[in-house]
Design a protein around this ligand. Structure first.
Ligand SMILES: Nc1nc2c(ncn2[C@@H]2O[C@H](COP(=O)(O)OP(=O)(O)OP(=O)(O)O)[C@@H](O)[C@H]2O)c(=O)[nH]1
Ligand SMILES: [Mg+2]
Length: 616
């Protein structure tokens, strides 16, 4: 569990952390000199009955709000520090807004410097604070009066923090490991070390993890929590990881350590955006702002449906990022403007991996099955969705996605990709319709060439193949070699086609052992003979002996009988000897002998052909 401080500059955050933990988190010389916090500070706090929790101390200076956001990301309990003598100040409000935008689940307010004011003033300030908390993440937070200099109210503060922590549900350890990096440095003898608060999942020494957005796979050499070695880092713990195989320049604040190499970074997302009501200017479409997600802080353009976003607006939007982040659906982010600097709003990621083409904005969908259906419908023409990215797009642990895919009727797996059943059905209908239409258009043909389907239908090959399989299994279409027809389909011949068929057959029969090829037939009849020849072939009336030359089947039988009769088994015959047997000219002889080789009637040897034993 992590506690994060928040509050206006000089209100006593760091002093209070030191009073609670004994640790001075302002370590930098510049921090000492200026008496302010500049960088994030970390200290362990022992809480009775709970154990050690981490405290992240953030700067209150208005120039360092981006550092505050990086510190506040991933905390469980906010400790909002308000000096009793000054009361609610600008960064009190801004930090409160940020905590609310980040969805901070619990908080405690420490009214510090109570030694500086009298009871009447304290009552006024307390009422003012309570008023400011209304409608924020800390709406129901207790307000504890403290003084660090007199060490008063600290036990009450510890008790209130303990209560807040105990009321929180544990984070899911059975999830993909993800930790935003808040510091990185190199330690002599250890190598590169990164620290952060584990958002989800666990990591163990020896594990391979990915550092994003560099996409570098590295090994975790060792894991530390609060300064001591631990076997594994668990969600919500302050963690230091020693990594091998990466240089400290390749990662820093804003990087991520992730347990799944298939989790992609993104520069575009669907989100719900909420603008702070107290903002002064609308957010124009395509205006560059800063988006803070995890410890990352990147340029972003927010395009909401319906034009510019006014203060107080809450709408679905498209977000385009200047640099990649590692986001998951459900992640919270903060939007800030840089000149003048101000927190203007924030939101929640709805889908971090929208399609590359122009995509529609989506509102959040609480029902995971409906969210899945929406993603799969959209991916209809894209070859479905890789199941590895579904946890990212649905914002669920992988095990929840596996269970969802198992129980839902909304997803079908085809060759390792996930499709919507409506898409599978649409592919099936399209294939069936194509086959029927193909037969109508070319009634003399052999049906629809299966290989043609992917180029004429808006579905990926795997889906088309599945449709063909399903349709033939269901008896709705018939496979005929490389073609598809309706079941039992026969070509429909017009009277003219029928006559042409008869003439072609008679012509081939009359031609005997030396029939014309398709070009000669076409010239002779002034018509493409191939569709008719294919029909005659299917009816076993003619057969192609060589490409483009068909024989009447009786003629082939006659020639084969003559060949067998003229050859003694075991003896090799030269082509000229066989020419004597068959009485064919050389032009017809060689193709016919090759046909006989293919049909296993004869076999070619070194010096001639032998007769093979008849199998029929
Ligand atoms: N009298 C009195 N002074 C306090 C108390 N707590 C803090 N101070 C003083 O207030 C000043 C600022 O305290 P810090 O703890 O540095 O304030 P901070 O909120 O951490 O400031 P930033 O990190 O820069 O935002 C210091 O001079 C402290 O000694 C208190 O309870 N009573
Ligand atoms: Mg400080």
């Amino acid at each position: 569990m992590i506690i994060g401080t928040a509050g206006h500059i000089d209100h006593g955050k760091t002093t209070l952390v030191r009073a609670l933990t004994g640790v001075d988190t302002d370590r930098l010389p510049e921090e000492k000199r200026r008496g302010i916090t500049i960088e994030l500070g970390f200290a362990p706090l022992m809480l009775e009955g709970i154990g050690t929790v981490g405290i992240v101390d953030v700067p209150g200076h208005e120039a360092f709000v981006r550092t505050m956001v990086a510190g506040a990301t991933g905390i469980d309990v906010a400790l909002l520090v308000i000096a009793a003598d000054e009361g609610v100040m600008p960064q009190t409000r801004e930090h409160l807004a940020i905590l609310t935008l980040l969805g901070t689940r619990a908080g405690v307010v420490a009214l510090t410097k109570c030694d500086l004011v009298d009871e009447d003033w304290l009552a006024l300030v307390t009422a003012d604070v309570a008023e400011s908390l209304r409608g924020t993440a800390l709406e129901s937070a207790p307000i504890i009066r403290t003084s660090a200099t007199r060490a008063s109210g600290l036990d009450e503060l510890r008790a209130a923090l303990g209560m807040a922590i105990r009321a929180l549900p544990a984070r899911d350890a059975l999830d993909t490991f993800r930790m935003p990096v808040d510091r990185s440095f190199s330690v002599r003898g250890t190598g590169t070390v990164v620290t952060g608060t584990v958002w989800q999942g666990t990591v163990t020494g020896g594990d391979t993890v990915v550092v994003q957005p560099k996409g570098k796979q590295v090994r975790v050499r060792s894991v530390q929590s609060h300064g001591s070695d631990v076997a594994r880092a668990v969600p919500g713990s302050r963690t230091a990881l020693a990594l091998t195989g990466i240089d400290v320049v390749d990662l820093g604040r804003g990087s991520w350590v992730c347990g799944d190499p298939r989790w992609p970074v993104t520069t575009r997302m669907r989100a719900e955006v909420a603008m702070l009501a107290e903002g002064e200017h609308p957010l124009r479409p395509r205006e560059w702002v800063r988006l803070h997600l995890g410890t990352a802080d990147v340029g972003a353009r927010v395009v909401a449906g319906g034009g510019e976003l006014q203060p107080g607006d809450h709408r679905a939007a498209r977000i385009i990022l200047q640099e990649p982040v590692l986001a998951r659906a459900g992640d919270r982010f903060v939007l800030r403007r840089t000149s003048p600097t101000a927190t203007i709003g924030g939101g929640v990621v709805v889908d971090p991996l929208p399609p590359r083409r122009r995509f529609a904005v989506w509102e959040r969908q609480a029902d995971p099955e409906a969210a899945l259906g929406r993603i799969l419908m959209e991916a209809a023409g894209d070859g479905g969705v890789d199941p590895a990215v579904l946890p990212v797009r649905l914002g669920l642990p992988p095990s929840d996605v596996t269970a969802l895919l198992k129980r839902t009727d909304t997803a079908v797996e085809v060759e390792g990709r996930i499709f919507h059943p409506a898409v599978v059905a649409a592919a099936r209908e399209a294939v069936e319709r194509m086959v029927q239409e193909g037969l109508r258009v070319g009634p003399l043909g052999e049906g629809l060439a299966t290989a043609l389907l992917p180029s004429i239908l808006p579905f990926v090959t795997d889906l088309i193949e599945k449709a063909v399989d399903d349709l033939s299994a269901a008896g709705r279409i018939e496979r005929r070699g490389a073609h598809l027809t309706t079941p039992g389909w026969q070509p429909v011949l017009s009277a003219e086609d029928g006559q042409f068929k008869l003439r072609t057959l008679n012509r081939l029969r009359a031609a005997g052992a030396e029939p014309p090829d398709i070009h000669e037939l076409e010239a002779e009849f002034d018509r493409d003979p191939i569709p008719i020849l294919r029909i005659l072939e299917r009816e076993h009336l003619v057969t192609p002996v060589e490409p483009g030359r068909f024989y009447a089947v009786e003629e082939v039988e006659r020639l084969v009988t003559a060949l067998r009769g003229g050859m003694t088994e075991g003896r090799e015959y030269s082509p000229s000897e066989l020419r004597e047997v068959l009485g064919l000219s050389r032009k017809y002889l060689i193709p016919f002998l090759e046909y006989c080789d293919r049909m296993r009637i004869t076999e070619r040897r070194a010096t001639g052909r032998v007769r093979l034993p008849s199998t029929t």
